[in-house]
Design a protein around this ligand. Structure first.
Ligand code: DGJ
Length: 744
C-alpha cells in the first residue's frame, strides 16, 4: 500500500496490493481523474489517458487552442460553468450572485493512518500502517477559499474513503449550495446501476437498471437517510454476478438528506457522485470558518457483488463500528413491543422476562410506553422520567428486578421527538422544527425537536444522563419515528436556514457521541420505525440497527438480503415474532423465523408464554444455536447464494476466516410437489477440507470443500419420511440450516 506523487507529471498514484487509483493535476491547475481499477504498475506518465480534443459546440479554456475542455476531461471534484456542463461536485454562491469557481492545486501532504473528521462519523484505523491518507489542497484565489480533498487508501480493504473540506480564508461570507463527498468520472457507461429502495416494512429492496445517457439518482429529502432509499448504490458490469466481475460501491457515511447520482454524458463518460443532497441545502461559509462534508467510501471489486459486500462488511464492522460492543458477542434479547405494545404493567413485564430467562434470553428490553404519561402515542415524548403508576420502583427499580432475574436490562428512547402533550413542549414550544406563520404538520402526533440548537441537545442529554446513570441499563434502543417537515430553526437567521437539515444531523451525532462516551459499555441499537435510518453514519455510534418493523420470516429474507449488500450481519437487528405475523398476518414456521433471525443480532419480539411447550423447546434450541454460532455468523465471511429477488429460494452462508466452519441457510418460500432435483453450490470453502454436514445436530455426511463448491450440496426437497434424518417434511415458508465442520 502506498501513495506516490510524481513531481514531473503531477500524477498521484494510490495503491494497495489489489487496486490502483490515479489522478493528475491538469494543465489549468484543477484535478483530473485517470483511473480506478485493478492494481497497475507505477509509471511516470499516464498523460495519454487525458482524452480531449476539438468537438463542435464545446468551449475551451485556453485562448491559444481548441482541445482543452473540462467537458471532456475526467475530473475529481468538478465545477460547473467553466467549460464543463455536467452536474458539478460543488457550487458556491458569492455576494455578487456569481456561482463560478476555479479551484487549483496548491499543495498536498501524504501521511500514515487516517485523520478523524470533526463532528462526523468516519472510518478509522487502529494502527498507522493500516492506511495512508492524501490531502490535496486547492484554492480559488478570487474567493480566497481553500478546498481540501481527503483520500484514504486502506491496506486490507479494496476501498478509498473520500471527503472534502472548504475553508474561507477571505473576508466575505459565501453560500455553499453543493458540496458532494465524492465525485468520480468513469471512462464508459457499460454498467448497471443498483440501488436499495423501499418503504416502511420493505426496506432496501434491490433494484437494478442499465445506465442510460442522462441522470439517474436516488436521494432523501426527509431529514433522515430514510426507508425509501439507502445512501448506498453500486455500479456493476452487466456480466458481473455475485461471485465474479467488476463492481464499484459508493456508500455515504451519513444519516441525513443525501444524493447518489450517475450522469452519463454524450460521450459515454459516467460521472458518479454521492454526498449531502444539494436540494434545500446551503451552508453559510463565514470568514475564517470551514465546512467539512461527510465521508464517502468507495469499494472496488472484481470478485463480484459478494466481493464488494465482504469488503464493506469488514470495514464497517471493524473500522466504522466502535467501542466495547464492536467485537463482543451480542446478547440474545427479548423486546416487549409486539408482546404488549403500550398495554403493560410491571408485573406483566416481569413475567415475560422470567419466561425469557428460562429459555436462555440474556437481555430484556422495555420498549415504548414506560415514561411520563405515555400510554399511547399522543403524549409524553420529551419527558424522560418513569411513569411511577406503571413502574412503582421507576426504571431504577425495574432494572434491578430484571437484573435479579439474571438478565440484563435495556430501554427504549426516542430522544429527538416531543408530543405537544408533554411538559417539555409546554415549557419550550419554540424548540420544535417549524416554520413561522405556517402550520406544523405532525407524524404519529409527534414533532421533531430542533437538534440544530445546542441548548436543545444539552437539555435532552442532561435529562437522560441522569436517568441512565442511576439505573442498571445495558442496552438502549434509539428510535425515531417521523421525518422533518416545515424545516426551519428559530435559532438561526435567514442566511443559515439551508443548514438546518445538516445541523440537525450534527446535533444527533453530538448527542450519540456524548452518551457513547458517558456510557461506554451500553450497547446502542438505532431504529427509525424499523429500518428508516439504516446507514453507515449511525453504525459509528450504534453497532446494530433494527432492520425493519416487518418481522415476517419471508419478507425478512428480502430485507436482510438487500441490507447485506453494504452492511454486516452483526449490524442487523433480527427478531423472531409471533404468528400470525403482526405486519403481514402470515404464519411462517417458528423454525424458519428463527433461521432467518439467526443471521442478524438475534432476539425475540413476543411473549414466550404464548407458545406451546413444543415451541418453547424449539426456542431453547434456537437460543442454544445462536449462542454457539453467533461469533461465526457475525464475523465470518458472508456469501449470498440465491436471491429472493429472483425466485422461490433464498440462500446465503458464512464461512469462518480459517474456513474450518461454515453455516448455510436455505429457504424455500412456496412448497412445490414432486420437485426438480436441486443443488446449491457453496462458496468460500477450502477445497481439500473434509466437511461434516450437520443438520439439527445430526451428522448427515461428509464432503470435501471442492465437492460442495463444484458438485454442490444436494437440496432436493423430500416429502414426509424421505428426509435424511428425522426432520419435518418440506412445506411453505420452509428453511434448512446446514452447519459445516471441517475435520481438524
Ligand atoms: C417503532 C419501532 O420500529 C418499533 O420497534 C417500536 O419501538 C415502536 N416504534 C415503538 O413506538
Amino acid at each position: 500500500m502506498g501513495i506516490v506523487f510524481n513531481e514531473k507529471t503531477g500524477e498521484f498514484h494510490l495503491y494497495n496490493d489489489r487496486i490502483s487509483y490515479l489522478m493528475r493535476i491538469l494543465r489549468n491547475g484543477q484535478l483530473g481523474q485517470l483511473y480506478l481499477g485493478r492494481r497497475i504498475p507505477q509509471r511516470e506518465d499516464h498523460g495519454y489517458l487525458l482524452e480531449n480534443r476539438y468537438r463542435p459546440v464545446s468551449a475551451y479554456v485556453f485562448d491559444d487552442e481548441y482541445s482543452f475542455t473540462l467537458e471532456h476531461l475526467k475530473q475529481e471534484y468538478p465545477a460547473y460553468g467553466t467549460t464543463d456542463f455536467r452536474m458539478p461536485a460543488l457550487e458556491i454562491c458569492q455576494p455578487d450572485g456569481s456561482r463560478i469557481t476555479d479551484f487549483r492545486y496548491v499543495s498536498h501532504e501524504i501521511s500514515k493512518g487516517k485523520p478523524a473528521l470533526d463532528g462526523l462519523p468516519a472510518t478509522y484505523t487502529e494502527s498507522e500502517d493500516e492506511a495512508e491518507t492524501l490531502k490535496i489542497v486547492l484554492r480559488d484565489t478570487l474567493l480566497n477559499v481553500e478546498l481540501t480533498l481527503l483520500y484514504t487508501i486502506f491496506r486490507d480493504v479494496d476501498g478509498i474513503a473520500r471527503s472534502a473540506r472548504f475553508e474561507n480564508k477571505g473576508q466575505e461570507a459565501y453560500q455553499i449550495t453543493r458540496a458532494m463527498s465524492l465525485s468520480l468520472d468513469l471512462p464508459d457507461d457499460g454498467y448497471e446501476w443498483v440501488q436499495f429502495s423501499g418503504a416502511w416494512g420493505r426496506e432496501r429492496f434491490l433494484k437494478t437498471r442499465r445506465l442510460q445517457q442522462g441522470i439517474q439518482s436516488v436521494s432523501s429529502t426527509r431529514g433522515a437517510s430514510s426507508h425509501h432509499h439507502n445512501p448506498f448504490v453500486f455500479l456493476k458490469r452487466p456480466t458481473a454476478d455475485e461471485h465474479q466481475g467488476e463492481v464499484i460501491g459508493f456508500s455515504l457515511v451519513y444519516s441525513g438528506n443525501f444524493l447518489a447520482q450517475a450522469e452519463v454524458d454524450t460521450y459515454g463518460v459516467t460521472r458518479m457522485m454521492i454526498g449531502i443532497n444539494p436540494f434545500g441545502f446551503s451552508w453559510c461559509l463565514k470568514p475564517q470558518e470551514s465546512f467539512q462534508t461527510p465521508e464517502a467510501v468507495m469499494i472496488y471489486s472484481t470478485e463480484g457483488m459478494n466481493g464488494m459486500s465482504q469488503a464493506y462488511h469488514r470495514l464497517y464492522r471493524t473500522r466504522l463500528a466502535r467501542g466495547y460492543w464492536r467485537d463482543r458477542e451480542r446478547p440474545v434479547l427479548l423486546n416487549n413491543w409486539e408482546a404488549t405494545y403500550f398495554d403493560f404493567t410491571e408485573e406483566k413485564l416481569l413475567k415475560i422476562a422470567e419466561n425469557a430467562k428460562a429459555d436462555g434470553v440474556e437481555l430484556f428490553v422495555l420498549d415504548d410506553g414506560w415514561f411520563s404519561t405515555r400510554c399511547d402515542e399522543t403524549s409524553g415524548l420529551g419527558d424522560w422520567w418513569p411513569n411511577m403508576d406503571r413502574l412503582p420502583g421507576g426504571i431504577k427499580g425495574l432494572s434491578e428486578k430484571i437484573e435479579a432475574l439474571g438478565l440484563r436490562f435495556g430501554l427504549w428512547f426516542e430522544l429527538e421527538m416531543v408530543n405537544k402533550d408533554s411538559e417539555l413542549y409546554r415549557a419550550h414550544p419554540d424548540w420544535i422544527i417549524q416554520t413561522p406563520g405556517r402550520h406544523a404538520s405532525h407524524g404519529r402526533r409527534q414533532y421533531v425537536l430542533d437538534f440544530s440548537r445546542k441548548e436543545v441537545v444539552d437539555y435532552i442529554y442532561e435529562m437522560v444522563e441522569k436517568l441512565i446513570g442511576e439505573s442498571k441499563i445495558s442496552y438502549i434502543k434509539w428510535d425515531m419515528n417521523r421525518n422533518i417537515t416545515e424545516c426551519f430553526s428559530a435559532g438561526y437567521g435567514a442566511e443559515q436556514q439551508g443548514e438546518i437539515f445538516h445541523r440537525y444531523i450534527l446535533g444527533l451525532y453530538d448527542l450519540y457521541d456524548r452518551l457513547n462516551k458517558r456510557f461506554p459499555q451500553i450497547l446502542f441499537e438505532s431504529c427509525a420505525s424499523g429500518g428508516g435510518r439504516f446507514d453507515p453514519g449511525l453504525l459509528y455510534y450504534a453497532p446494530q440497527c433494527w432492520t425493519s418493523d416487518d418481522t415476517d420470516a419471508v419478507e425478512r429474507q428480502r430485507i436482510q438480503y438487500g441490507t447485506s449488500y453494504a452492511y454486516p450481519v452483526s449490524s442487523m437487528g433480527a427478531h423472531v415474532s409471533i404468528t400470525p405475523n403482526h405486519q403481514l398476518a402470515r404464519s411462517a414456521p417458528l423454525k424458519t423465523r428463527g433461521d432467518v433471525a439467526a443471521f442478524g443480532a438475534f432476539g425475540y419480539e413476543l411473549d414466550l408464554a404464548r407458545l406451546t411447550d413444543e415451541e418453547r423447546k424449539l426456542v431453547k434450541e434456537q437460543i442454544r444455536f445462536v449462542k454457539k454460532y453467533r461469533k461465526l455468523t457475525h464475523t465470518g465471511v458472508f456469501y449470498r447464494l440465491l436471491s429472493p429477488f429472483e425466485g422461490n429460494f433464498t440462500a446465503w452462508m458464512v464461512v469462518s476466516e480459517d474456513k474450518k466452519q461454515a453455516i448455510v441457510a436455505y429457504f424455500k418460500i412456496l412448497n412445490d410437489v414432486n420437485s426438480a432435483f436441486r443443488r446449491l453450490y457453496l462458496k468460500g470453502l477450502e477445497d481439500r477440507f473434509l466437511y461434516h454436514t450437520i443438520e439439527d445436530e445430526v451428522d448427515t455426511g461428509s464432503f470435501y470443500g471442492s465437492e460442495l463448491m463444484n458438485m454442490g450440496l444436494i437440496t432436493t426437497d423430500m416429502s414426509a419420511g424421505e428426509l435424511p434424518h428425522d426432520a419435518q417434511p418440506c412445506g411453505d415458508f420452509w428453511s434448512r440450516i446446514v452447519v459445516l465442520e471441517a475435520d481438524a
